[in-house]
Design a protein around this ligand. Sequence first.
Ligand SMILES: O=P(O)(O)OC[C@H]1O[C@H](OP(=O)(O)OP(=O)(O)O)[C@H](O)[C@@H]1O
Ligand code: HPA
Length: 173
Amino acid sequence: MKVLYSAQDIDATVRRLAATVHDDYADAKPLCVCVLKGAVVFMTDFIRAYDDYLEIDFMDVSSYYGGTESTGDVRIDKDLDTSVKGRDVLIVEDIVDTGTTLKALKALFAHRGARSVKIVALLDKPAGRTVDVQADYVGETVPGEFLVGYGLDYKGLYRNLPYVGVLKPEVYK
Ligand SMILES: O=P(O)(O)OC[C@H]1O[C@H](OP(=O)(O)OP(=O)(O)O)[C@H](O)[C@@H]1O
Ligand code: HPA
């Protein structure tokens, strides 16, 4: 495992993101939507670094059914409890890879009448993109390798690593 971002690196990035997002939501009370399960670690750190009113909710969406390849399909396994109508929705994601998940969620929340829909992603992997979507706030732009740790998994494992690392191809090839 090669460490790409240490726990210290991530902490600085999360604080920077929270401050930048806050500047843009001065008088708003965003509804932060955590995309389970990968974003849960980032979400909990992000909201504690965000020093103002916000609400949270959770949505479970899967497109990677346990492996390293996107199926291209997005399946809603758990929907929000909160209505997004008229709300400023901030989607909190661990990584944008093919873009499939975020494109589907953005369209869904717009269709449900959100006032605004923005995306904060800890990691952005442009080399993986197959659909046209861009996060509004990005922590780090990462290479086109399969990453694990800080919420990111391979077959359900490694989410609890406090750092982000590159999974060696021999582990999954
Ligand atoms: O840009 P994309 O190609 O759509 O990839 C990004 C999504 O893939 C991963 O989730 P996954 O579907 O593996 O579920 P998980 O969060 O439960 O691991 C990751 O946490 C993002 O939500
Ligand atoms: O690089 C990744 N690692 C883990 N999960 C992911 N989901 C999309 N890309 C990745």
